[in-house]
Design a protein around this ligand. Structure first.
Ligand code: MLT
Length: 387
């Protein structure tokens, strides 16, 4: 039985993808694999059986990636699975920031019992008016699965869209509308755009990049949208920029005691991916990733180990080795196979930063003693007999 623990609510349609070989109600301590959405895992102790964590979502800042890699725990995310849900919230954010729709709705409640409400509305409505987004300039920082479809949707709404991503993938580049202007210096987005939306992961290199130096370059009355992660924006400095009128509105999906009551801020309770469709898509993808890793040893969409996929094993045996990305590990493993007359029929070795992963398909099943020998090689973190 393979033990699965869900740290958060995971959509049933995803969990339905787990066969009778999986115990979906396992404790965290005994789990072979964990499914997580928002739970913070940085201070958790991992059980000895834990092999994989799948985040039903894109961001992985709630998971200690290096600690996991060091312990041979592969962390997956579900890129693109909730992208449409987030895109629709960004479009809603653009519209909410262009006119004072929220202020107008709140005002209606203050006069809800007044018989003259209709006439009052006609008298008061000019307070809540604004501008249209058509023809305005939108800067999209980060052109991953979400940024690309936000940019494309904004083009089709008639916006002039500027896209910035020095690390754009070939897939994203192919998916991007020809109407998006490619920007190679983010400062050009700061200087030119009426609306700026951020779609990058939270990392040391991206933390608080939207700060007072950036605001100083921006147009007066710019609108900032953040449906990615709170710490991408310096919240104290955006408060100052809102107070001075430099920033007209800050639309954020991340409430906290700084943003929640900040004048000029539209704060949404982390609803970007909270649609039935996104939750289903993320759960289905997370479960598929876990199953392929547990059953076949294949890694797809990991954020701390390389992609490594040899399909389903047709040979007598397959072993998977998580190891450090250092010289001689592969030669030591293959020489153990050579000494024990085990023929390697296929193999794959991939690395990502300090860590590597290797799969070996073998013409003979291997014994516990050989597994022990491989485990003892310096740099080897984990050895798993898949078949
Ligand atoms: C994400 O990182 O994709 C979102 O935070 C998903 C979520 O709301 O759980």
């Amino acid at each position: 039985m393979i033990n699965i623990n869900c740290l958060d609510k995971i959509a049933a349609i995803g969990l339905d993808g787990l066969t009778a070989d999986y115990n979906k109600a396992a404790s965290f301590e005994e789990a072979d694999a964990v499914l997580v959405r928002s739970a913070k895992m940085h201070d958790m102790e991992f059980g000895a059986n834990l092999k994989a964590i799948a985040r039903a979502g894109a961001g992985v800042n709630n998971i200690p990636l290096d600690k996991c890699a060091e312990e041979g725990i592969v962390v997956f995310n579900t890129p693109g699975a909730n992208a449409n849900g987030v895109k629709e919230m960004v479009i809603a954010g653009l519209l909410l920031a262009s006119r004072d729709i929220v202020g107008g709705i709140n005002w209606v409640q203050t006069v809800k019992d007044d018989e003259n409400i209709a006439a009052l509305a006609e008298k008061t409505k000019s307070k809540f008016g604004g501008t249209e987004i058509k023809g305005k300039k939108l800067g999209v920082i980060g052109l991953g699965a979400i940024g690309v479809i936000v940019a494309n949707a904004a083009v089709s709404l008639g916006m002039e869209v500027y896209g910035y991503d020095p690390f754009i993938s070939v897939k994203s580049a192919w998916s991007l509308s020809r109407g998006v202007k490619h920007i190679s210096a983010v400062e050009d987005i700061y200087k030119n755009c009426d609306f700026i939306t951020v779609h990058v992961p939270l990392m040391d290199s991206t933390k608080e990049n939207i700060n007072k130096e950036a605001f100083a370059m921006m147009k007066d009355g710019v609108v900032i949208l953040n449906f990615a992660r709170d710490l991408l924006v310096n919240e104290v400095e955006i408060g100052e920029a809102l107070a001075s009128g430099k920033v007209k509105r800050y639309v954020t999906d991340f409430p906290n005691t700084t943003t929640a009551g900040m004048p000029g801020t539209i704060v949404v309770p982390h609803l970007g991916a909270s649609t039935e469709e996104s939750e289903d898509n993320c759960a289905i993808m997370a479960v598929q990733e876990i199953r392929d890793y547990i059953e076949n040893g294949n890694i797809n969409n990991s954020v701390n180990y390389p992609s490594c996929d040899m399909g389903i094993c047709e040979k007598a045996g397959r072993i998977a080795v998580n190891h450090k990305n250092v010289p001689a590990v592969i030669s030591k493993i293959t020489s153990i196979f050579g000494q024990t007359a085990i023929n390697i029929s296929d193999m794959m070795n991939k690395s990502k930063n300090n860590y590597a992963y290797s799969l070996f398909d073998l013409d003979k099943a291997i014994t516990d003693d050989i597994v022990k020998e491989i485990r003892a090689i310096e740099g080897v973190i984990k050895v798993r007999v898949i078949k």
